[in-house]
Design a protein around this ligand. Structure first.
Ligand code: ARG
Length: 473
């Protein structure tokens, strides 16, 4: 048979997948296809996954032991180099997985070609990305715990501090600042719980699912799962290479956390404004204006507020990418990483900034107390007193207290300041009402129901919050 020179010497197209191609990729294909520009962030996890895979290939006798050892040693050497120098970013190498393989081949020669036995980039990327997201969750958990600690610490110190409680941003009832701060701590504790739950759900190992159908090699999936700290292997190979629920779970947890932070950020912005004046941010957390010399702006709080919008957009974006994507792998899935990386970076900074601000902000107790003293904040206490002492149905008591407020307002007075004679003049049933807990301190002290704002409750709640940071055994 005649020798076909083309088959004997294929042009150098792509070392990893070029065998069936006679021509290299168009420039724009290479540009749109390459993910190394962002997925280099997976390098530690990709090396860890590859090391586990090589160990398993050795233990099962799928590849020769000396090749497996050379591969593991080579991968460990790459890890040391890249720790010191960073990952090489070469768009020709397409993504982090091909970079690992190419650099391993440069280091150890043809034995590197055995590493990709019984795996595909599809299970490889699913594994590396899960490992990355798991680490991201652990980092957020540490930051969230520091944030809750900061909240609880300041809350305990402000257990007696009077703050106007708002509904509709109108003065509603007096509360204690400690109680208000612990409201944010409760939200953060739920965020911690939600991240832990997401972590538990993602902790299954896709490695060994190969391209989509599994493999004919006698692999040991329990071994790779255990080596990588997973609770076990994923159960269906098609699902394992298609599923990005874990990325959406992560983004939802991040978005929810960011939304919570944005509500506190908004309060800091409002409270730092001159008409409120409840908080003063130290210089380290204030920015100036290039034109107005007097300004101290709460930029960090504003950016935490702003970042929340971006993070929830990233969640919506990845949901749109995944919607109606047929099983199993499609390259659209490569777009899963940037939203997660970006959300991680935004949330990490938001948590650091919020914890720092919170630890160092000065509360203006007098300003808070003054504001709580305006707006008849203890009108509910008067109604409650009428129920308790005069036996009125609450609805009637509400009406009567409302009339007292109207009278006080018309006379430019505060409800809590009304003299006994004035009260009786409004309605004889208000006789003795000066003994009702109409002062701000009496009002908060009376709210001793579980979960209420009384200072003694707040002190106990702050300690309980700290205790809840420890995960259940
Ligand atoms: N860079 C790819 C990604 O992030 C790796 C998987 C490539 N798989 C494939 N069948 N082309 O999704």
């Amino acid at each position: 048979m005649a020798h076909d020179p083309e088959a004997a010497a294929p042009p150098p197209v792509n070392r990893a997948w070029g065998g069936r191609f006679a021509q290299g990729p168009a420039e724009a294909l290479q540009a749109i296809n390459a993910s190394i520009g962002f997925d280099h962030r997976l390098w530690r996890h990709d090396l860890a996954g590859s090391i586990a895979h090589a160990r398993m290939l050795e233990a099962t006798g799928i590849i020769p032991a000396d090749d497996a050892r050379a591969i593991v040693a080579g991968l460990e050497a790459l890890a040391r180099d890249w720790d010191a120098e960073g990952v090489p970013i070469e768009p020709d190498l397409e993504d982090i997985h091909m970079t690992v393989e190419a650099k391993l081949a440069q280091r150890i020669g043809p034995a590197a070609g055995r590493l990709h036995t019984a795996r595909s980039r599809n299970d490889q990327v699913a594994t590396s990305f899960r490992l990355w997201v798991r680490d991201a969750i652990d980092a957020h958990l540490a930051r969230l715990e520091a944030f809750v600690r900061a909240l609880a610490t300041r809350a305990e110190a402000e257990a007696d501090t009077i703050l106007p409680g708002f509904t509709h941003l109108q003065v509603a009832q007096p509360v204690t600042l400690g109680h208000h701060l612990l409201a944010h701590a409760e939200a953060a504790l739920r965020d911690i719980d939600r991240f832990r739950e997401a972590r538990r759900r993602l902790n299954r190992c896709p490695l060994g699912s190969a391209a989509l159908a599994g493999t004919g090699f006698p692999i040991d999936r329990d071994m790779t799962a255990a080596l990588l700290g997973f609770d076990g292997p994923t159960a269906n190979s098609i699902d394992a290479v298609s599923d990005r629920d874990f990325a959406l779970d992560y983004l939802f947890c991040a978005a929810q956390t960011a939304l919570h932070l944005s509500r506190l950020a908004e309060e800091i912005v409002v409270w730092a404004s001159q008409p409120f004046g409840f908080v003063v941010l130290p210089d380290a957390w204030s920015t100036g204006s290039s034109i107005m010399p007097q300004k101290r702006n709460p930029d960090a709080a504003e950016l935490v507020r702003g970042h929340a919008g971006r993070i929830l957009g990233l969640l919506a974006g990845l949901m749109a990418t995944l919607k109606a994507l047929p099983l199993a792998y499609a390259k659209d899935l490569q777009d899963d990483k940037e939203p997660v990386f970006t959300a991680h970076d935004l949330l990490d900074l938001s948590l650091a900034a919020m914890t720092g601000m919170l630890a160092e902000v000065t509360f203006d107790r007098a300003a808070m107390r003054r504001a709580a003293g305006r707006g008849h904040a203890t009108a509910t206490d008067l109604a409650d007193w009428l129920v308790r002492t005069k036996g009125l149905p609450f609805r009637e008591a509400h009406q009567l207290a409302g009339r007292a407020v109207r009278w006080a307002e018309a006379h430019g007075r505060e409800l809590a300041e009304l003299a006994p004679a004035e009260l009786v003049a409004i309605d004889p049933r208000l006789e003795g009402a000066e003994a009702a807990p109409l002062s701000l301190e009496a009002s908060v002290a009376s709210r001793t129901s579980f979960g209420g704002t009384a200072p003694q409750r707040v002190r106990a709640a702050a300690r309980a919050v700290l205790a809840r940071l420890e995960p259940a055994a």
